[in-house]
Structure formats: C-alpha cells, structure tokens
Design a protein around this ligand. Sequence first.
Ligand code: GLC
Length: 819
Amino acid sequence: MKYGYFDDQTREYVITNPRTPVKWINYVGTLGFGGFVDHTGGLLLCKGDPALNRITKYIPQLPGSQFKGHTLYLRKRSSQGTQIFSPLFVPTLDAYDRFECRVGLGYSHFNTEFHGIKSEIRVFVPTGEAILVQEISLTNLSAEPVELDAVPLLEYTHFDALKQFMNADWVPQTMMSEVHDDGEGRKILSQFAFMNRDQRQTYFTANVKVSSFETDRRVFLGDNEYGTFQRPLSLNGPELSNSLALRGDNIAALLLPLGTLAPGETKRFVTLLTQQEGTRSESLTRARALFEKYRSHDAVTAARAAIGAEWDEYLGRVQVNTPDASMNSMLNVHNPRQCYMTKNWSRDLSLYQLGFGGRGIGFRDSSQDVMGVMSAMPEEARELIEKLLSVMKINGSAMHQFYASTMVANEGDSREAEDRPKFYGDDHLWIVFAVCSYLKETGNLSFLERVLPYYEKDKHGAPREQGTVQNHLERALEFTKTNVGRHGLPLLGFADWNDTVNLKTGAESLFVANQYGKALLDMIELCEFRGERALADRYRADYDHMRGLVNEYAWDGEWYVRYFDHDGSPIGSKKNAQGQIWTNGQSWPVISGFAPRDRAERALESVNRLLNTPNGIKLSAPGYDGFDPAKGGVTTYPPGAKENGGIFLHANPWVMIAETLVGNGDRAFEYYNQINPAAKNDVIDTYECEPYVYAQNILGNEHPLFGLARNSWLSGTASWTYQVGTKHILGVMPGYGGLEINPCIPKAWNGFSVRRQFRGARYAIEVSNPDHVSKGVRKLVVDGVAIAGNVIPAFDDNRLHTVEVTLGAVAAVGEEAAQ
Ligand code: GLC
C-alpha cells in the first residue's frame, strides 16, 4: 500500500490516503510559537517551552481515529438532507472522494472532497508572529445549491503540560473561558488558566460572522460526554449553546453560517489563534490588533508567500542534481528541512518526544544539529553554539542539557545514579566539530577570540570564569586528555554517545578515544592554518599517543572493541556472548584516522558482514537478552530494538563517512540509499513512519518486526545524513582556504552537479566521471581556468563561478585512511 508521493515541483510530500500506519506530521512556526500539525488536522501548539506553556491538547497515544486538539466540522444541508463531516477525515471518518494532505515547507495544505464539498485548508504560522492562521476555502461541487455551516474546533490543555495528566481536580477547577464581541458580529473566544488570568490568555476567532459558540467540551459533545467527537450531539441543533466554561475541559468552537453556495461557488474564511501576554484587557487589545492584520485574505496570502521566500533562501544555499531521484528529493528539500527542525526543536517536541520538560536542549544533540544547518544559516548556528559553549564547565566538560529560556543546565540522567560519574565522556568534544564547521563555512576566525562564560556561577549568580572560544575548545581537549582509565583510554563517564550503556565508574570508551582523535585532527588543522605551530605540535603528540593506545589495546582481531569495563574487561569483543561487535567501534577509528589501512578495511568489512541489513546498519550484535543493571538502559530493550542491536540510524552516516575515507563510494552510497526514507515509499507498511524524514530507529533483524521505524523527525540522523550526502559523497566540503572538492560516488554514476553559496559567492559545480571511478579529482577548472589541487578559492565577490570537475584515477585515492 502506498500512502502518497513526492511532488518535487512544489517541494511537498502529498499524502493521498489518510489511513497511514502511524500519524505523519509537519511542523509549523518555531519553538517561540508553534508546534506540529498531523496529516488529519490534529494540532499540538505551544508558545515557548512545550512543558510550561502548551495551548492545545494532543495525546499521541490515542488511536489514529481520535480527535487530537483540533478539527473542522462542516454541516451541509441540501435536498439530500443534512450531513455533518470533517474535511480533515478525523474525527468523523467519512468516505472521501479525494484526500490530499500536502506536507509543505512551514505549512500543511489539505485538499479534500467529501459529500460534494471541496475543501482547501492551509495551516501555518507567519514568520516571527505568535499566531496560527488557517485559510479555508469551500466549494460546492454538486449540481444544486447547498447551505453550509463551518464549525472550527480546538481543545485546550492546561498550560503546564504534565499537570494536565497528573491532577484531574485542580486542572479542571482552573480552566476558564470568556467571549468578546468585536462589534461587527464576530466573536473572539478567550481561554486561560485562573492563575494566568492577569498574565496571559489565548484567543481564537474567525474573519466571518459567528452565529454561536461553545467553550465547554461536555456541552459540545452532549449527553454527559456520551456524545463523541465523531458525532457531537450539539451539532444536531441549529445553534451552539453559547456556554462559557467556568471549569472543566475547555474547547473553542465557532459556528460560522456561510449561507447558500450555488453550484460551483466558493466561500473563504480565515481562523486565527494567538496567545498574548498582559492583563485581560491588555492582551485582548494586542490580540485584536493581530487579528485585524490577518483578517484580510491579502495579508494572509502575503504571509504565506513570505514563508515560501524564506525557505527559498534557506534551501537555495545548496542544491544538487544526482542520478538518484530519492537522493535529490532528500538533499534539496526534506533533509535540510528536517535539519532546520532539529536545530529549532532539539529533542523537545514530536510524536515521540512529548515535551514534558525532561530534556530541553541536549549538549551533544544540538552540537551535532547545528552542523546540519551550517551551510544554510551559519550565523543562527553560531548563536546556538554560543549558548552551548556557555554551559561548558570550567574543567572543559559540559553540562548534559539545558533549557534555552532560562539557560539553567543539568547533568541529565546521570543525576539518577549516585555512584556514577556526573559527566558524559563525549559531550564536550562535539563542540569542537561544531565550532570548526562554523569557522570553515564562514571564514570568521575572529569568533575564536569571542569571550564566553563557563557554566559555574558565584554566589551572586555571575559566571565564575570566562574564556575565549579557543580557550573553551582547548579545555574540552584537556578534559579528555586528563580523564583516562587503566589503559590510558578516555573514561566513559556516565555514558558516551550511546546514552544507554551505563557502566561502572572507571569504564573506558573507545568511542570517546576516537572522537578525541578526530577533535585533535580538527584542532591541528586549525592551528596550522593560523600558524600556531607549537600548539599544533602538542596536539599532534597527543594524537599519536592516543592512536598508539587504541591500536595496542582495542584491536580484537577482526574489529575494534567498544568499551573496557571498570575491571578492564572488553565489551564488543569476540570474547563476549552478546554485544560482540559495535558499529561505532568501527566507523570512528576510521574517521579519527587511528586505524591503519588494513585494520580500517577489516573493521568495515566486519560491519558489512555482521551488522549490515537491507534496512540499515545495526548498532551492535547480538543484542542483550534480558535486563542487566550492570550494563544499564541498553538491556531494557528486547534484542533488535533501539540501542540494543537495533538499526540506530544516527550511527549509519558515520559508517558512510568511513567508507568514503577508504574510497569505497559504491558501499557508501548503498548504505546511504538503504536508509533513505524517500526510497521506503514502496515498503511503507513495514516501515510505517513518514517517508519524508529520517527516523531515529528501525527494528533490527533480531526482532520479529524487522524494518519498522519509529521516532521520526528529531534525530541526529538528519544532520549527519545531510553532511554525508553533501560533503562526503558529493564531496563539496568547506575548508579554511576555500571549498574543497573530493567526491566519493558510485562508480556507475556519469556525474552530478551541485550549486552552492559559499562565503559571499555562488558556485555552479559540474562533476563528470568519464572513467567511472569512485574517488579522485583528476582535473579542476574554475571559470575556465585549470587550477592545481582540489580547493576552489573563496572568491567572496557576490558572483557566480563555474566549476568543472573531472574525476579519474589519481595516485592518492583513499590515502587518508592509511596515514
Ligand atoms: C538519542 C539521544 C542522543 C544519543 C542517542 C544514542 O538519540 O538524543 O543524545 O546519543 O540517543 O543513545
């Protein structure tokens, strides 16, 4: 069964069958005001922190058929009698003649036909505004006149998202609704929790006449709520009851009498939802001003066009044309869009990460997310990088997570285990990659001199110490250098990237050892570019030292081990019955350059043989079979799920990078393609999640439901697959001295092209592959002139430069991994 298709012209995915295996969503607005809308109109909307200021009630755990926070009802009267249905399918579940949910950039566009009525509904949040706009147009497709009422409906939640589910007396006692008239027959409904009466209120209205309204769910559904959202009893009467909920479950329903529609006639209206601060009268004044602005269809259309223009700008920085249509769809639209969402929402709010305040901004997560938006919005990325640097500790480690609104940070799950370290072995090292990525994209090396605080505060709440960005990076490396275990390898801390392996204090992490190696390589490159020879030499010595240890202790014969436990015993070794081999244990020694060529190839062969599946590469094998507190969270999953031998997608692109480093373009692309969600469109009944975004995990082949994906949208997979696609496979990589061209592609490709903006100039890059190689730049011609090497200068002259690249056999193919 297929549920939709990619429309590359409009940059949309079009869902044509609403009965998708799970809800498929789209984001509107930002963390400042926004949320997600699902493909049947369900809406989760927040302003600011989703835990602390939630507006609509969306319970993802309810079945797909159930009302979730928002819908629109239509009531049609004709010679056939009266029909009441939702053009969004849920919750009335009527038979439809046409269903389309167009998942667009910053908007969702529903285009449906039910009972002879064509409905077009566009939902979006205008840029920078705290207002949700719905543009609705209804056309009578039948041969006779019909009378139409529209009833848009919202269900509110208590602003404190968790309390809503924890206290079923206090919450309903505090929920209040009011109505205001705008003097022209239009009504504005307001809603607030009693304690916020004088601070902030939510307002809902429409730009056409309202004949009646409802704010009390119980009255709306009728019969003591034995009426249902599918068939609300109040819609059987001519008008709603105009009741004001003084407690209980608050809704906002407006009855909009649209009158008679002649055959072929269209009627349009707009609904508007905002939340404003201040006393009731202050905020009402503000809400009215905003409503006034968006009452006109022209203003709404202009706001929609402005969103489109912003996405043009964002996506226009990098566009590709390869022989693979799914890769093109992903790299040109859907993957960078997902990167934007992960950068904006971190791990806060999705169908799977429910925004109840447990996480906030993850240090390691966001340090990786920013790299996914670096080519498109480097200065926004830098702003987030500055926040991340500001929660680093004086000793160079990092606070695990923080809340962006307050900048209050904490140590994550490690707080729950008293006898365990309070740092994560990997966190602070990610920021080295993020900063270097920013420097290479922009060339703004003065950023290194910027002074930022460390996290610890004195008794007045002022930072106890501050230092330059460069100083932050140096301390990050110093922390890993000085926190080592019995083999001299970096300590795991509470966990490394794999959050769920929590070993006893003293355990060592090979992931961190290699991540440290790559961070040292980045710092060496930076120091050399800046002429800081002494520092570069010091880092080179640290690098050689760690490389020696990794190869001395961690090589297991056919692959590298992944951890040494507190007692020095290996995890990820042939000696282990379970958890014998780990993907990150193999990809990272290649990325760090620690693995000599023969070991790099052997380790990657072992991944291919023991961990690869047609649905992606598993994180480890075999999975642990039973809870073992000595290993931690990883053993809470059945074998094949999530971090316990599941296909954890975030780790897949690291193997692809490693394959490009050894020059294996066919395999890098095979790995890329096998997890590309756009290529899953035909097996979606197994895969289940949205085909237009990456999921976090797919069940592995030890699990009976092999191939089933979950936790789509907010995953580091987005950033890394985008980086792999653009920088490592297509090989257009920003460097300090210019744009480095070093593709590693399938041999069968004849070539491809990339258009990219880079530091104030545009580049049209045409790559041809006449000899059908994977790697090796034989010839580079810039603006008609052949240049030596493979780096295009950063012209910074606001012009378009043509770049012709010819791939072919050159001596140095794949040398990097063999250094
Ligand atoms: C989740 C977490 C991330 C962690 C990964 C692997 O994606 O957000 O921080 O690295 O799981 O455990």
